[in-house]
Design a protein around this ligand. Structure first.
Ligand SMILES: [Zn+2]
Length: 396
């Protein structure tokens, strides 16, 4: 019976055990396998479960898709059909790269959270370690300077290469120990002790010495529920982040023909140049519009002007100027056939909304306004069609 089953957690004895043998206690048609002992760490305490395979006596590899803990039992979910039966012997193999990555990050989290607690008295009230990111939620506000100090001290703790110890204290002894707890513990209390840095109740596998964490890098911090959520990467993950960002910065600097340390200055210079050029375009457009307004066809009352690039203010200004001179539909379109057009249409006496209705059969029109002036956008329409719509307005 399942209620009598118990799985020995051999990842407690040796977090570095990558292969083990075990006896199947039960296995069902849905691929739920219970072993008498396992090195597979189940999903718990905010951390993902181990991945890997179970190998049958016949040499068949069964991928372990999920590992869950319920009471004293650890459940391995394997592919179906599952050929295992109670009493079979299996060999379990852990995906070591995945496990060690979790160990580096989880041990790093203890150092970081322990320092936040000892320096500021805040608790980690939300820990999340996924395949791609690790976040911690602290119940107090940490400034940029606080975080920089914590990151520095955390890495000093890595360089000191102090041991990471596990202890199972009795109830009496426990009362004398001050430790952090994240309510992730079932059964006998297990403490992870990093001398002079942190003591915390925890059920997860850890590295033997802090040096194995490699590096603890703060990636981001944000205000969260009155406290601070931080994102941190340790070990190989931190290296991957650095490699990716370093490649990006190097490539971008090369693209702008400068060095990485000159890149931000180069970008600021380009922003200034864009700002200046925008001003030049605006003033050239003003002159263009003046020119257009000075040479309007005398025989037409319905006027339509199309330009590649006008600001919203220039479009409104031009329509107002046109309406002073002409009594018909005065339209200004800015854009191109490929990107679509923004438009402003006005009429002194009449209903500008009719112009929108006349455009609607020819493209995707968005917009609205009042009888005197409408604005919006139209896509999927050619310059020729817009001019034809204007020609179709009966003369006043
Ligand atoms: Zn922990």
């Amino acid at each position: 019976m399942e209620s009598m089953e118990k799985t020995e957690k051999i990842y407690y004895e040796d977090a570095y055990l990558q292969e083990f043998t075990a006896t199947v206690l039960s296995a069902d048609a849905d691929g739920r396998v219970v072993l008498d002992r396992t090195a597979f760490f189940p999903e718990s305490g905010g951390q993902t479960c181990d991945r890997g395979v179970l190998v049958t006596e016949g040499g068949e590899l069964l991928t372990v898709k999920d590992v869950q803990i319920t009471g004293e039992v650890i459940l391995h979910l394997v592919e179906t059909p599952c050929p295992l039966h109670a009493g079979d012997r299996v060999t379990g193999r852990i995906d070591w790269a995945h496990r060690f990555d979790n160990m580096q990050n989880h041990s790093g989290e203890h150092i970081f959270s322990g320092l936040v607690h000892s320096l500021h008295g805040y608790n980690n009230v939300g820990f999340h370690l996924s395949e791609t990111e690790m976040t911690m939620d602290f119940d107090g506000v940490l400034t940029e300077a606080d975080l920089k100090e914590i990151e520095g001290k955390a890495n000093e703790a890595v360089w000191k290469n102090v041991p990471v110890l596990q202890r199972f204290p009795g109830a009496e002894e426990l009362e004398t120990i001050s430790y952090r707890s994240k309510k992730e513990v079932e059964g006998a209390l297990r403490l992870i002790v990093i001398p002079d840095i942190d003591i915390c109740a925890c059920c997860a596998p850890h590295v033997r010495h802090t040096g194995e964490i490699g590096v603890i890098k703060l990636l981001s911090a944000q205000n969260y529920k009155g406290g601070t959520r931080v994102s941190v990467a340790c070990g190989s993950r931190a290296l991957a982040v650095f490699a990716e960002e370093h490649a990006f910065v190097t490539e971008t600097a090369l693209h702008f023909s400068t060095s990485a340390d000159q890149l931000s200055g180069r970008i600021a210079g380009l922003e200034e140049e864009i700002f200046r050029l925008k001003g030049t375009v605006l003033s050239l457009n003003d002159r263009l519009i003046e020119e257009r307004l000075a040479h309007l066809p005398g025989d037409r009352e319905h006027i339509c002007i199309l330009e590649a690039d006008l600001s919203a203010e220039q479009m409104r200004h031009t329509v107002n100027a046109l309406m002073e001179k002409k009594g018909g539909y005065c339209g200004v379109f800015a854009g191109s056939e490929e990107t679509g057009y923004r438009f402003v249409i006005g009429i002194r006496e009449g209903d500008a909304r009719i112009a929108i209705e006349n455009l609607r059969p020819h493209g995707q029109v968005k917009g609205g306004g009042n009888a005197q002036m409408v604005q919006g956008s139209v896509t999927g329409v050619s310059e020729k069609t817009i001019r034809e719509v204007w020609d179709s307005f009966t003369s006043i």
